[in-house]
Design a protein around this ligand. Structure first.
Ligand code: BDR
Ligand code: CA
Length: 308
């Protein structure tokens, strides 16, 4: 059985990722929570609630409440006040007293060479874990990252994706650290939105999980249509999770050199990809597998199986 830590800023798509891993019999070693989408304490509650709904008994480790250097903003307008659209999650479960960064280090020792990290949020916890223990990348099998852009088409600024923009210093540290990274960019996942027909099919499923899905995603869907000008809602975190679970979903990927702009400028958080594999001084050998295309039919099959 494959073993995962999910590092998330628990809004609706992060929760759906927890559901997808659980439904596919992946072992969830723990959920580490980081600053991002909404109020940090509600993110912890959402993670505990998601595990409860998925019938998974796994610990939740609170991590960093803020980026390493810069200030950031939460985005309740995107995900709803409590991060889950129409749902205000509550739970009697309690988080672990252990810090997320320490939990990542400990799990990497217990599962040396086997641990996979699903990093679907700002990369502060992972950067902190690496700074505490620079030998971490050698013990981690894989880091699946939702973040950044492939073609510099952002969602929080014209050129930056939210997860990298929140903590560009952490993102820069993580991509330089020597982890085995596969990255799913924002401007790739926007090609695979859930259109009106697919949304109606899910509406008609009427299972306990499909009803949660509809309540969680209706706010996000409206935002994506009205503000991001998409024809439906995308699944950044869920697609990253689907890629991690099932590599057959990948239609095109490429190994390239990636570095994140952590300057305080208009390009803060921008993903720089050396598409030319050049020998320029700022470039280096490929450090990331970037996903460029996936198979939508497999994504839909996985979503429907998850909600059934
Ligand atoms: C990413 O930012 C968050 O809003 C989502 O959860 C996703 O991880 C998309 O830019
Ligand atoms: Ca997320």
């Amino acid at each position: 059985m494959r073993s995962f830590i999910i590092d998330c800023d628990t809004a609706e798509d992060d929760v759906a990722s927890i559901f997808l891993l659980a439904k596919n019999n992946m072992k969830i070693v723990g959920v580490t929570v980081v600053e991002g989408n909404i109020d940090f304490d509600q993110e912890i509650i959402n993670a505990l609630w998601a595990l409860e709904k998925a019938n998974v008994d796994a610990p939740v480790f609170p991590g960093s409440r803020r980026p390493i250097v810069k200030d950031f903003t939460t985005v309740e307008e995107v995900h709803g006040k409590y991060g889950l659209g129409e749902i205000h999650a509550t739970t009697s479960r309690k988080p672990s007293p252990k810090h997320a960064a320490q939990a990542i280090i400990d799990a990497s020792k217990e599962l040396e060479g086997k641990l996979e990290i699903l990093a679907i949020s700002p990369l502060t916890n992972l950067a902190m874990a690496y700074l505490l223990d620079p030998s971490l990348p050698k013990r981690v099998k894989k880091v699946w990252v939702m973040g950044g852009t492939a073609f510099a088409h952002g969602n929080i600024t014209p050129v930056a994706e939210y997860n990298f923009w929140v903590d560009p210093d952490a993102a820069r540290i993580v991509f330089k650290a020597g982890f085995n990274i596969t990255m799913v960019p924002w401007d790739v996942v926007t090609e695979y939105t859930i259109n009106d027909q697919e949304w109606n099919e899910i509406l008609n499923m009427k299972t306990p999980l499909s009803e949660i899905y509809v309540k969680m995603f209706s706010h996000y869907r409206k935002y994506d249509k009205d503000v991001q000008k998409l024809d439906g809602h995308p699944h950044p975190d869920l697609i990253t999770t689907a890629v991690a679970i099932n590599q057959d979903i990948v239609e095109k990927s490429k190994h390239e050199f990636v570095i994140i702009d952590n300057s305080d400028s208009l390009t803060r958080g921008m993903t720089l990809i050396d598409h030319l594999d050049s020998d320029k001084p700022w470039s280096s050998s490929p450090n990331t597998e970037i996903i460029y295309r996936i198979k939508k039919n497999i994504l839909l099959e996985m979503i429907k199986k998850m909600l059934s």
